[in-house]
Design a protein around this ligand. Sequence first.
Ligand code: FNR
Length: 381
Amino acid sequence: VDLDSILNLDEIEQVATKNISKKAWAYYYSASDDLQSKSFNNAVYRQILLRPRMFVDCTSCDTSTSFIGNKVDLPIYVSPAAMARLAHPDGEWGIAHACERFGAMQIISQNASMTPEQIVADAKDRQVFGWQLYVQQERAKSEAMLARMKKLPAIKFICLTLDAPVPGKREDDERSKNIGANLPVRAAVQDESVSKTSTDAKTPSKPKSMGMGQSLFWGTAADLTWKTTLPWLAQHTDLPIVLKGIQTHEDAYLASLHAPQVKAIILSNHGGRALDTAPPAVHTLLEIRKYCPEVFDKIEVWIDGGIKRGTDVVKALCLGAKAVGVGRAALFGLGAGGKEGVARVLEILKAETETCMRLLGVQRVDQLGLHHINTRAVERD
Ligand code: FNR
């Protein structure tokens, strides 16, 4: 396929769907139960209207910004998503390559199909990565992984995912559990960190036939708490912490009490893959604005889920998000054309974001605000 002929993210998804295996498609596309949260995620952006201003010079347009002190060229980043090599052999390294070209940040999933060392192998000095952690029942495994991150200066923070102590019920993924995959369903980081640590005799052995999501979550701890987990983490990393999967203003507020160890929260419902009918992140963002706006002064608020257009990115920024993540779009980009496909995704999103900013009458990201949007349709309560 001529990637330049692909004009938007829906077309990228269509091309990828033709290219990748049925099992990979089911794993990437799937969300929990009835896919309600997944569909709200995108629909909510359609409900928000833009308020363009006239007679503003928009010859220049600058999309650069910073995430917890790290300079980036795009307010858009790649969310942590597992098993990228199911889409293309370039895998997470290919995503890193594309991000480098656009000065975009990438968060590496603990369940990546390549090791973090492989993914950051060609990283340039200016490149920004985070590493995402699912705390393991056997804490020693997580501690070994955190020790490895200390040796990788490209990794600027630890992103602790909270919204999936157990995986959601993803039926497309379950249905494809008996289709053979061309890769072992196993996170690359685990193979190396874990081989020398003992296997807990109390952990029941993993059933042979499971959906990809169920299988990757095997061994994840379900006993994390505000009181115990952050102090444990502080003993094993000096990196800033980003908490992913916050879905209420109450939890956003609690997270802000943990500044400066916690530097940012990611409002996310895991792309609709954890609790179905959980709110789209935009609702959580609006709640925070209403009930505890001081959160924005203490920590950065990032957001992901359902981003398909530059106008979606701009609306999230107007609402106060500092960073906007894309999950499936990067995986489908890989499926459509390896690292060049991911680069095309970022190119499309960057161009759409610039066009939107220009047509709104804005030259810089920090000029975007509530005055550029009308959120009446999402604030009926
Ligand atoms: C994810 N997501 C995810 N999140 C995380 O913290 N760790 C992970 O390993 C994964 N793995 C993963 C795999 C796949 C295939 C998908 C689609 C998603 C969630 C991800 O970080 C992000 O929250 C959502 O993907 C954002 O929604 P969109 O952009 O996919 O709509």
